[in-house]
Design a binder for this molecule. Structure first.
Ligand code: ADP
Length: 392
């Protein structure tokens, strides 16, 4: 049974013996009252700290008065139940977790300190209402949850730092790669313009070189555009504008565009795309499929066939581009999706490229919640498949 304290030291009326002796206190005052007799001392032996002590302990006589009052009024303090205690600890843990999700740094520390203060204040109010809360346990709970939160925040910051370092390294690599890619057309432009400035060059050759400068500078612009697209997509600033798209007309359009490109190698493109609907960003998905089609043409010998197909399979929509081209060695199949990676050997070496197309395709498809698969054998051709979630 727990003593319920009526108030701080001095709540019960105190009368000194000397005042009885000198007559300043009246014996009438004690009628119908329970009187406790005792000696109060300022020394620590007589003083105890109670939940209502503020700085100085309560004297033994006052404590006895509180004990008697508690028993007579049957007004015992009720300790918080185990369920209540567990609930309180769960709430403290939950609030700590919530804080780490929405707050950082000094605000997070402030929130934890505020929670500690609230626990003490609420316990004090509960005490006055006759309920004894385990303040110590609750504060330990807060410290433990706070420490876990602190470790969590440290882990988050460390992860973010590692990510930013990785991004920085990747960025530096990209800058180097793009500088390298820009150098080639730039060198050609520089060399050609030097030749043009020589007055002895015949007019016919001059216009030929001018044409080459024009072609190289266009290539340069294209390269920079593609690079910027990758950048914007990687930083998430190229937002998807998804809508329900029928693959049949979209692929028909791409087929017509790709046929203009494949004509130079007399490559036939056959499309078999039914009316399948996907939720996708039309421009980006077209870009990805067109890239696979032009790659199939680029990396195939003349007079071969490229197939563009689409099928629904369970919870996925599969869009495939298959060719009868040079194929890709198993060791290279993963690397070709890396930015600026080009196989650059064998017959494929003569084809122009930046090694950025497939990286872009992969990025686009993964932004749509899908993946790109490759199935290829050297000398036998390749099949690239875009797997998108089927929302039908
Ligand atoms: P690029 O075509 O500009 O080099 P990509 O990222 O589109 O860049 O392709 C990367 C590499 O993957 C290419 O250099 C090529 O070697 C290989 N590749 C891509 N598609 C095919 C394909 N259909 N057949 C054979 N090799 C391919």
């Amino acid at each position: 049974m727990l003593i319920n304290y009526a108030g701080p030291e001095g709540t019960f009326r105190r009368v000194q013996f000397s005042s009885l002796v000198d007559g300043t206190a009246h014996t009438e005052d004690f009628r119908n009252k329970i009187v406790f007799l005792g000696v109060t001392a300022q020394g620590s032996g007589d003083r105890l700290f109670t939940p209502l002590s503020s700085g100085i302990g309560m004297s033994g006589i006052e404590i006895h008065a509180n004990v008697a009052r508690t028993i007579l009024d049957q007004d015992f303090l009720v300790p918080l139940s185990e369920v209540g205690e567990l609930t309180a600890l769960a709430i403290i843990g939950g609030l700590c977790l919530l804080s780490i999700r929405v707050l950082r740094g000094i605000r997070l520390s402030g929130a934890l300190v505020l929670m500690g203060a609230l626990i003490v204040a609420a316990s004090f109010v509960a005490l006055h209402l006759g309920e004894l809360w385990p303040v110590g346990t609750m504060l330990v709970g807060l410290v433990v949850s706070g420490s876990i939160v602190g470790v969590g925040e440290y882990a988050l910051v460390a992860t973010a730092l590692r990510k930013s370092e990785r991004n920085q390294r990747e960025y530096a690599f990209r800058v180097q790669a793009i500088a390298h890619e820009i150098k080639t057309p730039l060198t050609a432009i520089q060399g050609s313009s030097e030749i043009i400035s020589d007055h002895l060059v015949p007019d016919e050759q001059r216009s030929q070189i001018a044409g080459m400068i024009h072609k190289e500078s266009k290539k340069l612009t294209q390269l920079i555009h593609t690079f910027l697209d990758v950048e914007r997509m990687a930083t998430g600033s190229l937002a998807l504008e998804k809508q329900q798209l029928d693959l049949a007309p979209l692929c028909q359009d791409l087929l017509e565009r790709a046929q203009l490109y494949s004509a130079r190698k007399k490559i036939t493109i056959i499309a078999d795309v039914p009316h399948v609907t996907v939720a996708a960003d039309g421009d980006l998905l077209s870009f990805a499929i067109y890239n696979l089609l032009t790659n199939a043409v680029k990396y195939s010998p003349k007079q071969t066939t490229v197939y563009l197909t689409a099928v629904e399979r369970g919870d996925a929509v599969l869009i495939s581009v298959a060719d009868q081209g040079y194929g890709i060695a198993a060791t290279e199949q993963r690397k070709i999706f890396e930015r600026f990676y080009r196989v650059g050997r064998g017959q494929a070496a003569s084809e122009e490229g930046t090694g950025i197309g497939l990286a872009l395709v992969k990025e686009i498809v993964s932004q749509h919640g899908g993946r790109v698969e490759v199935d290829s054998r050297e000398g036998a051709g390749s099949r690239f498949t875009i797997v998108l979630p089927n929302q039908n």
